[in-house]
Design a protein around this ligand. Structure first.
Ligand code: FMN
Length: 191
């Protein structure tokens, strides 16, 4: 990684083996400009459900601390997530809830871009709007447009390999990554 290259964390909200969101997340390194190096975030699915009593008794779970550290040390974060019942998947929301209770909130002033794949027509739009609300509460800086909403995902990835095959989707993802790099550099004061 060159000195000038940004270190960006990619968080996937789906745990499913054949997840479209995970497939999109895997595609990002090939579509990102050379100024950003992407790495996958640590697992969050093993973090227990938030309970203030656990925090009081034994402190923050090690997995929550590792997740927070990865976010803190990144220049920016890309969240690629499905929408569950019109909102943020519970496991991912739980991880955000844990790190929101830490003194040095990892999302504070962190540039964050959102992407979602859904099998339906809205492409995860309602998850994205809820995520914007949720992350605004922890002082993240949300990237605006272009938005990446992959509707009817089953038609946009190869059935067997899960490679992203839809050219308009590839194009908009590239555009967002290019614009996100500029946003991260502006927010972090990086040339
Ligand atoms: C618990 C659950 C809730 C869902 N709710 C929504 C929803 O509110 N909106 C939507 O567009 N799709 C919804 N879906 C369908 C997902 O878009 C679809 O399962 C998608 O493939 C999940 O993402 P993944 O492939 O990355 O796992 C839901 C799926 C599950 C399992």
């Amino acid at each position: 990684m060159s000195d000038n290259q940004l270190n960006v964390l990619v968080v996937c909200g789906s745990l499913r083996q054949n997840s479209y969101n995970a497939a999109l997340a895997r595609t990002l390194p090939a579509l990102t400009p050379p100024g950003m190096a992407l790495q996958a975030g640590p697992p969050f699915h093993t973090i227990p459900i938030y309970n203030h009593d656990i925090q009081d008794a034994t402190g923050f779970p090690a997995e929550a601390v590792a997740w927070a550290d990865a976010i803190r040390s990144a220049d920016g974060v890309i969240i690629v997530s499905p929408e569950y019942n019109w909102s943020i998947p519970g496991g991912l929301k739980n991880a955000i809830d844990w790190v929101s209770r830490m003194k040095d909130i990892p999302f504070k002033e962190k540039p964050v871009a959102l992407q979602s794949c859904a099998t339906g027509a809205l492409g995860g739009a309602r998850m994205q709007y809820h995520m914007r609300q949720c992350l605004t509460s922890v002082d993240a800086f949300l990237f605006g447009k272009p938005e990446v909403l992959v509707s009817f995902s089953a038609k946009k990835f190869d059935e067997k390999t899960l490679a992203l095959t839809d050219q308009p989707t590839i194009d908009i993802v590239k555009q967002q990554l290019g614009a996100f790099e500029k946003f991260v550099r502006r927010v972090n004061g990086r040339k």
